[in-house]
Design a protein around this ligand. Structure first.
Ligand code: ADP
Length: 247
């Protein structure tokens, strides 16, 4: 079942928050629950980097140092992605928009594409973020995320799903994490005010007060109150417990 019938605007769920606030985790839970695609600009860029293509070559150094890539580039990537047919019934955006320019371009795209945006702001204290990210490990083959403290694999350092050796993400070293938080403060945090001024709904959620599944339910309840998803979707038994959760 998709989140939305095609007769009304499709939800564009914008997961907003600092690096490590749980956007990727919530995006994956919501994707399983609402059956709409998860669009992560960070994942798209890493796919280009792994492929070694022109976009990858252009952006590799920026990701490694925790700096943002150009607005034009990410705007084009997102515009092309949301034009694909699987986005017709809704989208979950993770890591985009990250600047006021990106937010303005996104709101234009939303109007053209009959999407109705809702911003979910996941708030987490920065010291918790640093602890979360330095303890994060990823499977280089399937991308599954683990945490050495809160969500360890069954065998230390080994992916539960395919047995590959887990590695930290390139940009999860403390100096790079601090730079990502700095970029967030300078360039991304002001986007929240931009959304408020543009009268896009902004929902504030404590991103550290409950389990990922409970946070996902709070997000869904807010989306129902905004009329973005049907109450019947949230009322049924949550399949989220079966969905793969990430730290
Ligand atoms: P996180 O939110 O944990 O920093 P992401 O995977 O979203 O991780 O992003 C990783 C990196 O990819 C960012 O530090 C930045 O270099 C680049 N990036 C991702 N999304 C954007 C964007 N919307 N605009 C500019 N750069 C981006």
């Amino acid at each position: 079942m998709s989140a939305q019938k095609t007769s009304r605007p499709a939800p564009a769920i914008i997961l907003f928050g600092s690096p490590g606030s749980g956007k990727g985790t919530q995006a994956e839970l919501l994707r399983h629950y609402l059956k709409v695609p998860h669009i992560s600009t960070g994942d798209m860029l890493r796919t280009h980097i792994d492929a070694g293509d022109d976009i990858g070559e252009l952006t590799r150094g920026l990701l490694k140092s925790g700096k943002l890539v150009s607005d034009d580039l990410v705007n084009h990537l997102v515009e092309a992605r949301i034009a694909e047919p699987d986005c017709d019934s809704g989208i979950i955006l993770d890591g985009y928009p990250r600047t006021v320019n990106q937010a303005a371009v996104l709101l234009e795209m939303m109007q053209r594409g009959r999407f109705k945006p809702a911003v979910i702001h996941l708030m987490v204290d920065y010291e918790k973020i640093v602890a979360r990210l330095t303890g994060r490990r990823q499977c280089p083959d399937c991308g599954t995320l683990y945490s050495v403290t809160t969500h360890p694999p069954q065998v230390t350092g080994v992916c539960d799903l395919d047995g590959a050796t887990l590695v930290p993400r390139d940009d999860d070293r403390e100096p790079v994490i601090r730079e990502r938080l700095n970029q967030y403060d300078m360039q991304t945090r002001p986007v929240l005010n931009y959304f408020r001024q543009a009268r896009a709904p902004v929902i504030e959620i404590d991103g550290a007060a409950a389990s990922p599944q409970k946070i996902m339910r709070q997000i869904c309840d807010s989306l129902v109150s905004l009329g973005l998803i049907e109450a019947s979707i949230v009322a049924r038994d949550s399949p989220a417990s079966k969905a793969s959760s990430t730290p």
